[in-house]
Design a protein around this ligand. Structure first.
Ligand code: TRP
Length: 455
């Protein structure tokens, strides 16, 4: 084991950092609108089942791999693969590539939220009569290359600064500071939303399932989102796991991370849908829900400026603690594979990500005419990573742990830090079965749907 490797200061630091990775734009920007588009409560129930039987088992597997190797993704496969080593190194390379792709466009939306935060604080987000008015404002901003690229740059720089300071002084510190702030703001917004007149329609939408809207595609959407939201499938949690010491209970941490992520998605859904329904807006407004509909909702509330400021601070925090986790995976890969220093890796990667993201940033204006199979550049990056690369990566992790490692080795790793009781032995058997059989098969189905075979 590399004695110089940094480790988390304590267990809470790891859990908050990993929960910070999981809780991101996926929870607050994507979860509400896909729930809105897929019929509400029935979708949520399927999504919860997917988290439990696929997301959580693979999440635990990823953390275990990292804790065992004490290395970033490519080096982990190099060290642990007994057979087909070259192929597994390529798999690690795919993780690296996926990270670059996701960060390139994720930073663009993160930049919008930062920009919207500042707009809200400046009082410009509180005078829209309809969501169409809010859309006009939104469109004008995202079509302005200076606005969008400046905010994208600001966000890339922000993430770079945190990761520059390292695991303990950067990522762990900022997570311990921001996650509680995040939680307080969220609870405040939920209480406010639920107390609005007309909020019950939002509650019914979230909690009363209407099974008639469910199709096979709904199931696959829920499945895909389950591991996007948990940060599973490209070695990010593997990297965070590599900064764990042997005596941490990965089972417990994994459950905490998945619980926090799910709880926060539900709370964000509560805050957003109670407000959207109470104000009479459309929950199925698509990706613009947060940027087009919420500003109009806020405009009609007393103190709307304060709420919209709080909301976009919330969104920016969520995005920041997620981007730093992806950046850290890339940085640790360069450090472990190429012996690069942290500081030069951060600078090199941030510059690369910024440049790679420019076409995504311009997809809403100047480069909007570029079309790849009918999608603009931004949507292509999102589709490629979320629907193809991530499911593939999640399947690789499950196959690696289930079929390429010795069962006794992986169980031995699991039971470092887990008490050897009957209950734990039973649970670990269920976990192993889910990782070995259930997860790869179900993920394979998502993958087929993504490439259009099942559509
Ligand atoms: N989970 C984050 C979200 O919900 C996004 C994210 C961060 C991610 N790290 C990841 C997704 C790693 C996949 C893999 O927004």
């Amino acid at each position: 084991m590399d004695g110089n490797r940094e480790h988390w200061g304590n267990k809470l630091g790891f859990i908050l950092a990993a929960a910070g990775s999981a809780v991101g734009l996926g929870n607050i920007w994507k979860f509400p609108y896909i729930t809105g588009e897929n019929g509400g409560a029935a979708f949520i129930i399927i999504y919860l089942i997917c988290i439990l039987i696929i997301g959580l088992p693979v999440l635990i597997a990823e953390i275990l791999l990292g804790r065992n190797s004490q290395l970033g993704p490519i080096s982990t496969f190099r060290k642990l693969a007994r057979k087909h080593k070259k192929l597994w190194i390529i798999a690690g390379g795919i993780f690296f590539f996926t990270g670059l792709v996701i960060l390139s466009y994720y930073n663009v939306i993160a930049g919008w939220s930062l920009g919207y935060m500042v707009e809200s604080i400046a009082g410009k987000i509180s005078s829209f009569q309809t969501s169409a008015d809010a859309s006009v404002h939104f469109d004008a901003l995202v079509k302005n290359p200076i606005w969008i690229i400046s905010w994208q740059f600001a966000f890339v720089a922000l993430g770079g600064i945190v990761v520059y300071f390292g695991v303990r002084n950067g990522i762990e510190k900022i997570s311990k500071l921001l996650m509680p702030v995040f939680f307080v703001i969220l609870i405040f917004l939920v209480i406010w939303g639920v107390s609005l007149e007309g909020a019950e329609k939002g509650l019914a939408f979230l909690f009363k399932p209407d099974w008639s809207t469910v199709s096979f595609k709904t199931v696959l959407m829920a499945l895909g989102h389950a591991f996007f939201t948990l940060s599973v499938g490209m070695g990010v949690l593997l990297t965070y796991g590599s900064y764990l010491k042997k005596d941490d209970n990965v089972f417990f941490s994994g459950i905490m991370i998945a619980l926090l992520d799910t709880l926060i998605a539900m709370l964000a859904g509560l805050a957003i849908f109670t407000s959207v329904f109470a104000m009479g807006f459309n929950p199925a407004d698509g990706p613009g829900l947060v940027f087009n509909v919420l500003p109009a909702v806020f405009s009609q509330m007393p103190g709307g400026n304060i709420f919209s400021s709080l909301f976009f601070i919330l969104l920016s925090i969520a995005a920041l603690t997620s981007t730093i986790s992806i950046l850290e995976m890339l940085v640790s890969t360069l450090m472990d594979e190429f012996n690069m220093k942290r500081h030069s890796s951060v600078v090199l990667l941030s510059a690369t990500i910024f440049i790679l993201g420019i076409p995504s940033a311009l997809s809403f204006g100047e480069l909007g005419h570029i079309s790849i199979f009918g999608l603009n550049w931004f949507d292509t990056m999102d589709y490629l990573s979320a629907n193809i690369l991530l499911p593939f990566g999640g399947m690789l992790v499950a196959v690696f742990v289930g079929w390429y490692l010795m069962k006794q080795d992986i169980m031995g790793e699991l039971f470092h830090g887990v008490r050897n009781t009957d209950f734990n032995r039973g649970t670990s058997k269920v976990w192993y079965f889910l990782v070995k059989f259930v997860a790869p098969i179900l993920i394979f189905l998502v993958f087929l749907s993504a490439i259009g075979v099942l559509k």
